[in-house]
Design a protein around this ligand. Structure first.
Ligand SMILES: Nc1ncnc2c1ncn2[C@@H]1O[C@H](COP(=O)(O)OP(=O)(O)OP(=O)(O)O)[C@@H](O)[C@H]1O
Ligand SMILES: [Mg+2]
Length: 153
């Protein structure tokens, strides 16, 4: 049985609604606490859907105290916490997998790590088969929905 077969994962696989950034962060924080080491999260969804907000919650769950901002211009940032090194990559400005290659990201993935990728569809070869996909969207009533999907199951 996979470590990820637990009720919290099942709830997120069914999909949940968040009505504030705080609620989104709380969901991410709870997920962070049960993530296996060396895990990639692919954060899907349009502009302003809450991908960076989700990463803020992940950081809280990993006990990272420094603030998380959007790395759109720096492309990625590294946050060392007591339980995990969080590497936050925003692929929005990357044109292809080769540009991601040049970042030498793997040098920063010191175990136990978590790689959180915004705009993963820009760099498909960087998203491993066991990645956890997080699908975010904004509903007509302005609530933000969150659903996770695992491609290896
Ligand atoms: N339920 C919610 N969940 C997440 N964000 C919310 C929610 N309600 C409101 N917001 C707001 O929506 C915005 C989401 O912005 P955020 O930077 O997290 O999105 P993003 O997906 O990273 O955008 P980008 O594609 O530009 O990187 C924030 O201003 C946040 O406060
Ligand atoms: Mg963002």
């Amino acid at each position: 049985m996979s470590k990820l077969d637990n009720p919290l994962i099942a709830e997120l696989e069914a999909g949940v609604i968040t009505r504030s950034p705080g609620e989104m962060q709380a969901r991410a924080e709870a997920l962070a606490r049960i993530l296996p080491p060396d895990c990639t999260l692919a954060l899907h969804g349009d502009l302003g859907v809450g991908k960076t907000t989700f990463v803020k919650g992940l950081a809280q769950g990993f006990g990272i105290r420094e603030s998380i901002t959007s790395p759109t211009f720096t492309l990625f940032s590294i946050h060392k916490g007591p339980s995990r090194t969080l590497v936050h990559l925003d692929a929005y400005r990357l044109e292809d997998d080769r540009q991601a290659e040049a970042l030498m990201l793997e040098d920063f993935l010191v175990s136990p790590w978590c790689l959180a990728v915004e705009w993963p569809e820009r760099i498909p070869s960087w998203i491993p088969p066991d990645a956890i996909h997080v699908e975010l969207s904004i509903l007509p009533d302005e609530a933000h929905s969150l659903r996770i999907r695992r491609s290896d199951t």
